[in-house]
Design a protein around this ligand. Sequence first.
Ligand code: GLU
Length: 435
Amino acid sequence: MPTKKGVYAKSVYKEPGPIRTDEDPFHSMMERFNIAADILELESGFYDYLCKPTHIHITSNPVVMDDGNVKVFEGFRVIHNDVLGPSKGGIRYAPDVNLSEVKALAAWMTWKCAVVNVPFGGAKGGVTCNPRKMSPGELERLTRRYTSGLMEVFGPEKDIPAPDMNTNEQIMAWILDTYAMHARHTNTAIVTGKPIALGGSRGRVEATGRGVMTTTLAAMERIGMKPFTSTVAVQGFGNVGSIAAKLLREQGCKVVAVSDVSGGYYNADGLDIIKMIEYSRANGFSLDGYRDADLISNDELLTLDVDVLVPAAKEDQITVKNAHDIKAKIIAEGANGPTSPEADDILNEKGTLVVPDILANAGGVTVSYFEWVQDRHGYFWTLDRVNRRLDFMMREAFDTVYDTAEKHDVSLRIGAYVLAVDKVASALRLRGIYA
Ligand code: GLU
């Protein structure tokens, strides 16, 4: 039975998880989920079902390091939900990966897939390690051990991994090979974001950045902004940030600032993004030492007087500490969870149009879906076909989120959550609860 509006969702959520601060990603996810659940008057049992992961796997991964010593790395795979289809989501390698973060990221995958109408559930994996301090051989052994520990979890019809922070095509290739060795046959649909030579899709590498570009342009159209007269700042110069910057530049925007772990780079006349991508690649994926720009801090980048801000680095970058100082009219979230719920309130008050992560960065999983479809057909699409279909799905998702937000008089973020939670809850109602 539906519960009274505005009451149940808030009172039922008592599970704080291992860490709970204002900047805990799972808490951030739950804050938005609660608002959507209230608006939808979600049944209490469904509320409990949808906010909890269906499975949590924690693995211990011993690796023989190059110096001969054994080091053990903790690995996670969280399946948040598989109501709409097999669970889907990337694997990240980083020193601060923890269960609460992976749980949040898995839930975001569920909502993201629902927003863009991709028939997948949500999952996420992670290994607590510092890939920058590991050799290719150590990374390969870690990846293979992690994959073999999850043989019963992964599967083309069950749970399909992909790249995320600090993981790439090569790591996906090792996952494919390890899975194939254990399964005694090769099924390329086991993982997405792999090299084209192993059944990867054209356009997958650029897909997340391309989706950020498409949704940014859609947002600009809604508020009468033109790319040719717009300035952009991009936080993060990894796969998502660098491609988003390059494509927005191609659309006519002036990208005046970008940043990576080495700091921020600013040029009021516009940065040469192609040159910066080449520089970063040749410099161990770092902009450190890049000369044709003024150096600024990451905080300065976020509060620059620009039209569009693309946070494409990591979680909790826009918080109560800096939200008041943000001047951009549009924020397009290339990263997952870059804005805290408290910062959302400040930005809404100021009238900033935030294109939320579960919409703005969904281009990656959308082309992962195309990759999985192509692998299962054994028939591969042209780049043009991939990009056209991606553009269509991102535009359609943007319009549906926009309409949902207008209907409920809420932000695009809450509109996206309402759309996603409603879609998954409706599917669950149809399936029923197996007794
Ligand atoms: N890691 C990406 C994301 O957060 C892509 C996931 C996928 O392609 O499955 O959306």
